[in-house]
Write a protein that binds this ligand. Structure first.
Ligand SMILES: [Zn+2]
Length: 85
């Protein structure tokens, strides 16, 4: 007297079941984009971790460089504006 059969009927056909639990919804490594992350990992391997930190550092440097350039431009405009008078 159980409803197991009706439960099985609800399952749609042709749907591939994930290999294990949430693995289908798990996010891939943002660095190589190929291997899924496990648990609290943010990258799949130490190598990806190193390259990610390098990427981040370069990105941060680029952002900072741009900010500095903008400051320099602003200062130059100020100075030129004052000097032109
Ligand atoms: Zn990776």
């Amino acid at each position: 007297m159980s409803d197991v059969t009706s439960n099985a009927q609800v399952q749609p056909t042709g749907v591939r079941t994930p290999l294990r639990g949430d693995s289908e919804g798990a996010s891939l490594c943002p660095v190589c984009g190929q291997r899924p992350l496990r648990g609290a990992q943010t990258v799949c391997s130490p190598r990806c971790r190193v390259s990610r930190s390098r990427q981040r550092r370069e990105q941060a440097r680029q952002v900072r460089d741009r900010a500095i350039l903008e400051h320099v431009e602003a200062i130059r405009r100020l100075v030129e504006g004052e000097g032109a008078r």
